[in-house]
Write a protein that binds this ligand. Structure first.
Ligand code: FES
Length: 130
């Protein structure tokens, strides 16, 4: 079943500086979705803007601030609250209080002109022991 917001335009890949992220809030009310997109060269990865540790947004320095999702030191996604670090490519937590957990991945579509569109939630990571 497709997500009710599937197809919502976000931005063009080129609008995000390489190695940085940008936050978005789409939809309204109970259907609102807060997410962010990180660019890694010609690729884009998207996750819900929800840290698996305490459920807070990850970004710092003001929402939608350029570079506010990626550590300039490590190049990993960095949570502003307690410093958890996540791999850009799969959202896996490499260090911090939720080490071993994963960000919820978001599926993206990309138009020929580079426009990125929200497509819905990606399947969750496998549960330990399940
Ligand atoms: S809320 Fe993200 S590391 Fe604690």
């Amino acid at each position: 079943m497709s997500h009710p917001l599937a197809g919502t335009p976000l931005c063009r890949l080129e609008d995000i500086p390489d190695g940085e992220g940008r936050g978005f809030v789409i939809g309204e009310g109970a259907g609102e979705v807060a997410l962010f997109v990180v660019r890694d060269g010609a690729e884009a990865f998207a996750y819900l803007n929800v840290c698996p540790h305490l459920g807070t947004p990850l970004d710092w320095g003001g929402f939608d601030a350029a570079g506010s999702f990626v550590s300039t030191d490590s190049g990993n996604i960095l949570c502003a609250t307690h410093g958890a670090e996540f791999r850009i490519g799969d959202g896996y937590c490499l260090a911090g209080p939720c080490r071993g957990e994963c960000l919820q991945a978001v599926r993206l579509g990309r138009e020929p002109d580079g426009l990125l569109r929200f497509r819905g939630m990606a399947p969750g990571p496998p549960k330990p022991g399940g």
